[in-house]
Design a protein around this ligand. Structure first.
Ligand SMILES: [Fe+2]
Length: 142
Protein backbone atom coordinates (compact mmCIF):
# COMPACT_ATOMS: atom_id res chain seq x y z
CA UNK A 1 0.00 0.00 0.00
CA UNK A 2 1.35 3.38 -0.98
CA UNK A 3 1.46 6.36 1.33
CA UNK A 4 -1.18 8.00 -0.86
CA UNK A 5 -3.53 5.01 -0.45
CA UNK A 6 -3.03 5.10 3.32
CA UNK A 7 -3.92 8.82 3.38
CA UNK A 8 -7.09 8.14 1.36
CA UNK A 9 -8.15 5.38 3.75
CA UNK A 10 -7.50 7.60 6.76
CA UNK A 11 -9.61 10.38 5.21
CA UNK A 12 -12.47 7.97 4.45
CA UNK A 13 -12.35 6.58 7.98
CA UNK A 14 -12.53 10.11 9.39
CA UNK A 15 -15.59 10.94 7.26
CA UNK A 16 -17.31 7.69 8.28
CA UNK A 17 -16.62 8.41 11.95
CA UNK A 18 -17.87 12.00 11.90
CA UNK A 19 -21.07 11.27 9.97
CA UNK A 20 -22.37 8.68 12.45
CA UNK A 21 -24.52 9.78 15.34
CA UNK A 22 -23.03 9.29 18.76
CA UNK A 23 -26.31 8.89 20.61
CA UNK A 24 -28.06 5.55 21.07
CA UNK A 25 -30.94 5.45 18.56
CA UNK A 26 -32.88 3.25 21.01
CA UNK A 27 -33.46 6.47 22.99
CA UNK A 28 -35.77 7.73 20.22
CA UNK A 29 -39.06 6.58 21.72
CA UNK A 30 -41.57 8.71 19.81
CA UNK A 31 -41.68 9.58 16.09
CA UNK A 32 -45.36 10.52 15.99
CA UNK A 33 -46.36 13.77 14.27
CA UNK A 34 -47.66 16.06 17.00
CA UNK A 35 -49.91 19.10 16.70
CA UNK A 36 -50.98 21.63 19.33
CA UNK A 37 -54.61 21.15 20.37
CA UNK A 38 -55.29 24.91 20.08
CA UNK A 39 -52.53 26.61 18.03
CA UNK A 40 -53.61 30.06 19.25
CA UNK A 41 -53.43 29.04 22.90
CA UNK A 42 -50.58 26.56 23.21
CA UNK A 43 -49.67 24.87 26.48
CA UNK A 44 -46.15 25.18 27.92
CA UNK A 45 -45.34 21.68 26.63
CA UNK A 46 -46.52 22.60 23.15
CA UNK A 47 -44.58 25.89 23.18
CA UNK A 48 -41.48 24.01 24.36
CA UNK A 49 -41.55 21.73 21.30
CA UNK A 50 -42.78 24.01 18.53
CA UNK A 51 -39.91 25.40 16.43
CA UNK A 52 -39.71 29.15 15.99
CA UNK A 53 -38.54 30.47 12.60
CA UNK A 54 -36.76 33.84 12.56
CA UNK A 55 -35.53 35.70 9.49
CA UNK A 56 -32.38 37.80 9.64
CA UNK A 57 -30.54 39.93 7.13
CA UNK A 58 -29.89 39.13 3.49
CA UNK A 59 -26.21 38.87 2.52
CA UNK A 60 -24.55 40.40 -0.58
CA UNK A 61 -25.18 37.19 -2.55
CA UNK A 62 -28.91 37.26 -1.77
CA UNK A 63 -29.07 34.59 0.94
CA UNK A 64 -31.20 35.38 3.98
CA UNK A 65 -30.26 34.20 7.46
CA UNK A 66 -32.92 31.76 8.67
CA UNK A 67 -32.78 30.57 12.25
CA UNK A 68 -34.91 27.87 13.85
CA UNK A 69 -34.99 27.62 17.63
CA UNK A 70 -36.96 25.09 19.70
CA UNK A 71 -39.33 26.26 21.34
CA UNK A 72 -41.21 29.52 21.63
CA UNK A 73 -41.95 32.49 23.92
CA UNK A 74 -38.65 32.12 25.74
CA UNK A 75 -39.20 28.47 26.59
CA UNK A 76 -36.15 26.46 25.53
CA UNK A 77 -36.52 22.73 25.05
CA UNK A 78 -34.18 20.86 27.42
CA UNK A 79 -31.18 18.90 26.23
CA UNK A 80 -30.25 16.14 28.67
CA UNK A 81 -28.82 12.66 28.25
CA UNK A 82 -32.30 11.12 27.95
CA UNK A 83 -34.44 13.94 26.55
CA UNK A 84 -33.42 16.21 23.70
CA UNK A 85 -34.20 17.49 20.21
CA UNK A 86 -32.27 15.09 17.97
CA UNK A 87 -33.07 16.67 14.61
CA UNK A 88 -34.17 20.04 13.21
CA UNK A 89 -34.97 20.52 9.52
CA UNK A 90 -35.98 23.47 7.37
CA UNK A 91 -38.11 23.21 4.21
CA UNK A 92 -38.85 25.89 1.59
CA UNK A 93 -42.12 25.27 -0.26
CA UNK A 94 -41.91 21.61 0.73
CA UNK A 95 -38.28 21.12 -0.33
CA UNK A 96 -35.67 20.24 2.30
CA UNK A 97 -33.04 22.99 2.42
CA UNK A 98 -31.14 22.16 5.62
CA UNK A 99 -31.12 19.67 8.47
CA UNK A 100 -29.05 19.21 11.60
CA UNK A 101 -28.57 16.13 13.73
CA UNK A 102 -28.05 17.01 17.38
CA UNK A 103 -26.44 15.23 20.27
CA UNK A 104 -27.97 15.08 23.78
CA UNK A 105 -26.70 17.49 26.44
CA UNK A 106 -23.96 19.12 24.36
CA UNK A 107 -26.23 20.73 21.73
CA UNK A 108 -29.82 21.91 21.78
CA UNK A 109 -32.61 22.39 19.23
CA UNK A 110 -31.30 25.02 16.85
CA UNK A 111 -30.56 25.39 13.14
CA UNK A 112 -29.06 28.42 11.44
CA UNK A 113 -28.59 28.65 7.70
CA UNK A 114 -28.70 31.02 4.74
CA UNK A 115 -31.40 30.51 2.12
CA UNK A 116 -32.22 32.24 -1.16
CA UNK A 117 -35.86 33.10 -0.50
CA UNK A 118 -36.70 34.64 -3.89
CA UNK A 119 -40.09 33.23 -4.88
CA UNK A 120 -40.40 31.10 -1.73
CA UNK A 121 -43.90 31.28 -0.26
CA UNK A 122 -43.63 29.16 2.89
CA UNK A 123 -40.88 28.03 5.21
CA UNK A 124 -41.56 25.02 7.42
CA UNK A 125 -39.44 23.81 10.32
CA UNK A 126 -39.64 20.37 11.93
CA UNK A 127 -38.19 19.61 15.37
CA UNK A 128 -37.92 16.02 16.56
CA UNK A 129 -37.92 15.29 20.29
CA UNK A 130 -36.85 11.78 21.25
CA UNK A 131 -39.66 11.51 23.84
CA UNK A 132 -42.44 13.79 22.59
CA UNK A 133 -42.46 13.32 18.83
CA UNK A 134 -42.19 15.54 15.76
CA UNK A 135 -43.38 19.15 15.89
CA UNK A 136 -43.57 21.65 13.09
CA UNK A 137 -44.31 25.27 12.40
CA UNK A 138 -44.62 27.39 9.27
CA UNK A 139 -43.68 30.91 8.32
CA UNK A 140 -45.47 32.53 5.39
CA UNK A 141 -43.42 35.02 3.41
CA UNK A 142 -44.97 38.17 2.00
FE1 LIG B 1 -39.44 16.90 24.59
Amino acid sequence: MTRRDMMKMAALAAVATTSATAYDEKLIANTEKMTPKDPKNMTKGELKHTPEITLGSKDAAGYTLVEVSVGQEGIIHPSTDNHWIYEVSLHADGKLVDMVSLEPSISRGYLGTRVKLDGVKTLKAVAKCNLHGDWESSHTLA
